[in-house]
Design a protein around this ligand. Structure first.
Ligand code: ATP
Ligand code: MG
Length: 423
């Protein structure tokens, strides 16, 4: 039997990959405009980074990591997400001492999670994410959210829903935490074992449980918004007013949690409500994590970021019937007729390519008609025809495939002349 691709992974083939490249180009261009710089961290890290940086009570750490021991008996893990590695690198490279602050970074690359594969859920998927570190200005929360929204909007998505919440600061969180424990404790036996574990460790994560989401106690659970102290409330209001000023519509949902102790203030998700999108509608998740750098052994540094996967972005584009402008064209196809002419196209092709044109020739000994067909398939703008006779006369004829116009050019100066007629 032949070897098949691993479950939950996919080959991105020519024909599809152009879409990916286009989205990646858009994301990079947005980061340039918003002034985020790329950072590339390793595909694997010490397992402990994720245990501490993502958290022991999360699904990611408990169930989804690809962890292995290397030959030196170190426990390593294929990165399941990008924030912990970026913050590790921020600390390790002392970026908190950079002259330019805040430090605004973005990453784009594969992440690995051992999940049950289904639509929009892969075991290897590509995340694009940003992290802004060193500023506790609510304007940067709005900036981060608007960057993600801009990517979706500029690609043409219309059916977006921005969901916003505040998790408050430490003080607000701990008041809410007590209220949650008091709320769930008496009936915690009716919840899944994960939730039972979470009750003491991190009761807020109970609100994020997929198994027990319909339990009646979920609907009556104390809302974090009722526990925000004045400072947290003012912060949240500021974020909202900035988003309003940017014309970004949002809804506040107090059940939106990103359940780690060091997450605080802003939490948000961007969802698609396109019909036919399927069960999974979250395209992007993000939030503020002012305690994370400290948790990972660095100085206290405020931070906020988001992560989104290209896979779900593409599903959303498909659900809204959006096609991206990715029609590849070929600048020039060289058709040859006769042995000598065929040989000569080798150098001609190379010259065109050196001058920056995309160019192709026949490699299958095809007849002229089939060569023209090949040129057509490649969407050639121009076809240059060289026969042995033309070669003797030092000429080549060039046809503009769109207008049908045909000219004869001097072979020796073909590339220079081609530049002139090319538009
Ligand atoms: P979910 O609740 O769907 O499992 P999550 O909370 O695990 O999402 P995050 O860790 O916040 O997701 O990741 C941010 C984004 O990355 C998600 O909003 C989604 O777009 C994408 N993502 C997460 N897991 C996968 C996956 N297995 N396959 C494809 N995309 C994913
Ligand atoms: Mg998940």
């Amino acid at each position: 039997m032949s070897i098949r691709i691993p479950r939950g992974t996919q080959d991105i083939l020519p024909g599809q990959v152009e879409k990916w490249q286009y989205i990646e180009m858009k994301a990079r261009d947005l980061c340039r405009r918003f002034q985020y710089q790329e950072i590339r961290t390793p595909i694997f890290e010490h397992t402990e980074l994720f245990q501490r940086g993502v958290g022991d009570t999360t699904d990611i750490v408990q169930k989804e990591m690809y962890t292995f021991e290397d030959r030196g008996k170190r426990s390593l893990t294929l990165r399941p997400e990008g924030t912990a590695p970026v913050v590790r690198s921020f600390i390790e490279n002392k970026m908190y001492g950079n002259a330019s602050q805040p430090v605004k970074l973005y990453y784009m690359g594969p992440m690995f999670r051992y999940e049950r594969p289904q639509a929009g859920r892969y075991r290897q998927f590509v995340q694009f994410g940003v992290e802004a570190m060193g500023s506790a200005d609510p304007a940067i929360d709005a900036e981060v959210i608007s960057l993600a929204v801009s990517l979706y909007k500029e690609l043409g998505l219309k059916k977006l829903k921005v969901v916003l919440n505040s998790l408050g600061d430490k003080e607000s969180r701990s008041a809410h935490r007590e209220a949650l424990i008091a709320h769930f404790q008496p009936r915690i036996g009716e919840f899944c074992s994960d939730c039972q574990n979470r009750l003491e460790k991190n009761p807020m994560r109970i609100l994020d449980c997929k198994q027990d989401r319909d339990h009646e106690l979920m609907k009556t659970a104390p809302s974090i918004l009722d526990y925000l102290n004045d400072e947290s409330r003012a912060y949240f209001e500021k974020v909202q007013s900035y988003l309003t000023a940017l014309n970004i519509e949002f809804v506040v949902d107090s059940n939106l949690v990103r359940g780690l102790d060091y997450y605080n203030h802003t939490a948000f998700e961007i969802m698609s409500d396109a019909e036919g999108f399927g069960a999974i509608t979250t395209l992007c998740g993000g939030g503020r994590y002012n305690g994370l750098a400290e948790q990972l052994g660095g100085p206290e540094t405020p931070g906020i970021g988001f992560a989104l996967s290209i896979e779900r972005l593409i599903s959303a584009l498909d659900a809204e019937g959006i096609t991206l402008p990715v029609n590849e064209t070929l600048d020039c196809y060289l058709v040859s007729l006769g042995e000598e002419a065929k040989d000569y196209t080798v150098q001609l092709l190379y010259k065109l390519r050196k001058e920056g044109f995309s160019a192709e020739r026949d490699y299958l000994d095809r007849k002229v008609k089939a060569q023209f067909k090949a040129a057509d398939r490649l969407n050639a703008k121009f076809v240059a025809v060289l026969g042995d006779d033309e070669l003797k006369e030092n000429k080549i004829s060039v046809k503009n495939m769109e207008s049908g116009e045909q000219v004869e050019l001097d072979l020796a100066s073909f590339v220079e002349k081609f530049k002139e007629i090319y538009q």
